[in-house]
Design a protein around this ligand. Structure first.
Ligand code: FAD
Length: 398
């Protein structure tokens, strides 16, 4: 098999890149180790920055998002039983975010890719990227058979490419083909116990709550489905929490002095997400490029993971189109540095939000007071609040 751009991974990064290249007349092949149903059901991010919304619309993937997505003009911060609304448009010159689940973004992009006849091979696992430093990089892959290390069966084949893009997430194979990389990492001693519940959200915007018992987040997937999270120790088994215990704990951490109440409903999904900050530099080796979670991870507190992935592939698609039109490598050469600048801003913001709102198990009373002082500052200074609003609604791409 041969193509111009070989893309490993059909998450948001790989699918959007394929779409942007298709729109520009550049052919690509997407290899995805999982089946279509799995990719379309995997619950993850749900907040799209203004820039991401604009990109999806321009790529022709915004029709259902505009119909079913929920525009949000702010978030609420809760601490010491107080509520404070951060008004995005007022602080940022009109910017907002969109609540539209990653599952739906992926469904829309998969449908477009298949409609346009673009090759998207499910249950096809990339095994290795070879010759990335040459002008003939290749992806060795296996179709069918068992996936994962030591997997057997299926047929092994090779995809010859002009360029390879690793959009294969944190656990993928592409990053291993970037020699002499440097990694920067931080893990956190806590994770998020996340639930999906068939009940209308108890507030019409996201609520980020700092409580002495730990962080809680109230969010939503649609007008009838709530998504809520509790900070828990990193090694927590989701099944060790009964549904009633989860609702009771959410109620405690979200409690306010006014008459706000939490709506309860049947929990349909429960899982624990670990928290990690991670950056791999550079995001390129020769004709191999890394995009999205393959190159960087942020804790979900800043809602940046999916949006960073989108920023990377927009930058890369622009560089590949420029190369096709002019023969110049100029934008490909600056790809890694351009993306990393934005990535580090998102790392900073996600780290700030995480340490602002979560209780560290070894936090001293002094550090707890500082946390409250930071919240007090954000909710009483327009400059501090604007900084949060600008970062939350998104850093410019490119
Ligand atoms: C449990 C969880 C919850 C999250 N919650 C949030 C949130 O609330 N807010 C937020 O902003 N972000 C969240 N994120 C982060 C966000 O989902 C990611 O940043 C986003 O999915 C990145 O997209 P991606 O395309 O780079 O990678 P991914 O979505 O990870 O896609 C990678 C794809 O590559 C495939 N793949 C992997 N290895 C191979 C291989 N060898 N061959 C072929 N295919 C391969 C995978 O199956 C997958 O489909 C969450 C992440 C996780 C894991």
């Amino acid at each position: 098999m041969r193509t111009t751009v070989g893309i490993i991974g059909a998450g948001p990064a790989g699918l959007l890149l394929a779409r942007l290249l298709h729109n520009a007349g550049i052919d690509s092949v997407v290899l995805e180790s999982r089946d279509r149903a799995y990719v379309e059901r995997r619950q993850r991010a749900g907040i799209l920055e203004q820039g991401t919304v604009d990109v999806l619309r321009a790529a022709g993937a915004g029709e259902r998002m505009d119909r079913e997505g929920l525009r949000h003009d702010g978030i609420e911060l809760r601490f010491s039983r107080r509520r404070h609304r951060v008004d995005f448009p007022a602080l940022t010159g009109g910017r907002s975010v969109m609540v539209y689940a990653q599952t739906e973004v992926c469904k829309d992009l998969i449908a477009l890719q298949l409609e346009s006849g673009g090759p998207l091979l499910f249950e096809t696992e990339a095994l290795a990227v070879e010759d990335a430093g040459t002008d003939r990089p290749r992806v060795r892959f296996r179709r069918g058979g068992e996936s994962g290390e030591g997997g057997e069966g299926g047929t092994e084949e090779v995809l010859e490419c002009d360029y390879v893009v690793g959009c294969d997430g944190f656990w993928g194979v592409a990053r291993a083909a970037v020699p002499d990389g440097r990694t920067f990492e931080r893990t956190y001693p806590f994770g998020w116990l996340g639930i999906l519940a068939d009940v209308a959200p108890s507030h019409d915007e996201l609520v980020y709550a700092r409580h002495d018992r730990g962080f809680a987040l109230l969010s939503m997937r649609s007008p009838s489905v709530s998504r809520l999270y509790l900070q828990v120790p990193a090694d927590t088994d989701a099944e060790s929490w009964s549904d009633e215990e989860i609702w009771d704990e959410l109620e405690r951490r979200l409690e306010t002095d006014d008459d706000w109440t939490l709506r309860r409903g049947p929990i349909t999904q429960k899982s624990v997400t670990p928290m990690r900050s991670y950056v791999h530099e550079p995001m390129r080796h020769g004709r191999l490029f890394l995009a999205g979670d393959a190159a960087h991870i942020v804790p979900p507190t800043g809602a940046k993971g999916l949006n960073l992935a989108v920023g990377d592939v927009v930058t890369l698609a622009r560089a590949l189109v420029h190369r096709a039109a002019t023969g110049s490598d100029e934008l490909l050469d600056t790809y890694s540095a351009t993306c990393l600048r934005r990535v580090w801003q998102a790392e900073r913001f996600s780290y700030d939000m995480t340490t602002l709102l979560h209780g560290a198990p070894d936090a001293t009373p002094f550090e707890e007071r500082l946390q409250l002082a930071r919240l007090d500052r954000i909710t009483s200074s327009r400059a501090a609040e604007t900084d949060l609003a600008e970062a939350y609604t998104g850093f410019p791409v490119g």
